[in-house]
Design a protein around this ligand. Structure first.
Ligand SMILES: [Zn+2]
Length: 280
């Protein structure tokens, strides 16, 4: 989906090499490079039209190439899907806790919520984030959820890296997911861990840069955060006479994700908090 996130493509390509037709019950559609132009360029967005594939669903037949990819996948692949697994990572600009994501809107069918929760438990990584997607159905997972297709998204790596540990975690979790769906009933799996249920509590869960500048980050992944705590200092290096300006967290929770690069633009996402919730 994003061309600077590699665990998914590595594991999907491995499955393509390993699986024999006789192993499959039904149909298994594997897309190792959903967004081939972005993958070749090593970028989050397509170098052809600069669009983010995960913000253009359901796409447009007559649109830019990225919109055409989305439209083809929506009409020809999602249209026959009983399940969807969407493997992401933090990419080159984000540090993030390895985690599963499920879309859970208030207006969703309870049977779909239950199916999504079961997928997250089977996936078996340490954290699952319930997200309303802030009402945004332009993501692939938002679109398939709206279509009533049980869907799990996951963030399995970060920083544009790919490591033995992150690939192994993705491989193990993906195999559990595929076995659970019944499409690969005999695939070997190892047990996952019990997942901790969390959510991102809307806009107050985010810290945004107040102006263009240089952010001195005063937290790390997994920290326990209190509302009002200083998140860091914004420096204006072109104005050395100015004192740095503190930036504060607007809610309490656990530090789930943060940006990597010191030079930031106004409005850029600096940190994301999650709060624990009970299992759905
Ligand atoms: Zn992604």
């Amino acid at each position: 989906m994003h061309g600077d996130e590699y665990e998914g493509p590595v594991v999907i390509a491995e499955l393509m090499r390993q699986i024999q037709p006789g192993d499959v019950q039904g149909q298994l559609i594997l897309l190792p490079s959903f967004n081939a132009p972005a993958l070749r360029a090593g970028l989050r967005t397509s170098p052809i039209d600069r669009l983010n594939l995960n913000r253009v669903f359901p796409g447009d037949d007559f649109g830019a190439p990225t919109q055409q990819i989305a439209r083809y996948v929506a009409d020809h692949l999602f249209a026959k899907a009983n399940f969807f697994l969407d493997l992401h990572a933090g990419g080159r600009t984000l540090f993030i806790q390895p985690s599963a994501h499920v879309v859970m809107g208030d207006d969703m069918d309870p049977a779909l919520v239950k199916a999504n929760a079961r997928l997250a438990e089977v996936f078996g990584v340490g954290i699952t984030v319930q997200t309303s997607n802030m009402g945004d159905y332009r993501t692939a997972a938002g679109y398939t959820s709206m279509q009533g297709i049980p869907t799990l998204a996951a963030e399995m790596g970060m920083g544009g890296w790919v490591t033995g540990n992150s690939v192994q975690a993705t491989r193990d979790a993906t195999r559990r997911f595929l076995k659970h769906t019944g499409v690969l009933p005999r695939i070997a799996t190892i047990p996952g861990v019990q997942t901790r249920w969390t959510r991102i509590n809307g806009a107050v869960a985010y810290v945004f840069a107040p102006f263009d500048g240089y952010f001195e980050r005063c937290f790390k992944l997994g920290d326990t955060i209190e509302s009002g705590q200083v998140a860091g200092l914004m420096h204006q290096l072109s104005r050395p006479e100015l004192e740095p300006e503190p930036v504060h967290f607007k809610s309490s929770g656990t530090l789930y994700a943060h940006g990597l690069v010191g030079h930031v633009r106004a409005g850029q996402n600096l940190a994301v908090l999650t709060e624990d919730v009970s299992a759905p």
